[in-house]
Design a protein around this ligand. Structure first.
Ligand SMILES: Nc1c(C(=O)O)ncn1[C@@H]1O[C@H](COP(=O)(O)O)[C@@H](O)[C@H]1O
Length: 168
């Protein structure tokens, strides 16, 4: 079976640190990825060319779009591809975090999901691609199991503390 692909598109090289966090989580889930730079605002022709290339490729795909400030990228990508799009904008404190609103309201017929946490975006991509791939489902299940075990170990450790030390 062809290996699925996660295409990560970032609007600027300045988003690289955020993209790296997505990539770390994708690799933990054993997913193949490609990272590209393409801005809907600045280089729409380049973006459309790039999407045409990916859409002609028959691998099962999910796109993760990383675009800060005014997020045109995620909506434009979603409108041009058949695969699911997950918008994972980098968080900014500037202007009271108002950038996020440009990722939330889309025109009719345009529906990128929004997941703010980079590891969360990778997990959603894995769950989507896992619908038709048992090996990916198993890796998601293993990740969830590790999370549960960590939480139970934390509880056992905290419980063992004397009450006076529990808050420290
Ligand atoms: N939101 C978009 C788009 C777009 O939506 O097409 N293109 C770039 N950007 C974002 O603007 C921020 C600053 O970009 P510059 O580094 O180009 O000034 C980045 O977070 C980028 O993703």
């Amino acid at each position: 079976m062809t290996r699925p692909l996660v295409v990560i598109l970032m609007g600027s090289r300045s988003d690289l640190e955020h993209a790296r966090a997505v990539i770390r989580a994708l690799e933990e889930l054993g997913l193949d990825w490609e990272l590209r730079v393409a801005s809907a605002h600045k280089v729409p022709d380049h973006l459309l060319d790039l999407l045409r290339g990916y859409e002609a490729d028959s691998r099962p795909k999910v796109y993760i779009t990383i675009a800060g400030r005014s997020n045109a990228l995620s909506g434009m990508v979603d409108g041009q591809v058949l695969a699911p799009v997950i918008a994972c904008p980098p968080i900014s404190e500037a202007f009271g975090g108002a950038d996020i609103f440009s990722s939330l309201r889309m025109p009719g017929g345009i529906a990128p999901a929004v997941v703010l946490d980079p590891a969360g975006a990778a997990l959603l991509a894995a769950k989507i691609l896992g619908l038709c791939d048992a090996a990916i489902r198993e890796r998601v299940a293993a990740l969830q199991a590790r999370g549960r075990q960590r939480l139970l170990a934390d509880d056992a450790e905290i419980r063992a503390l004397r009450p006076a030390a529990q808050g420290t």
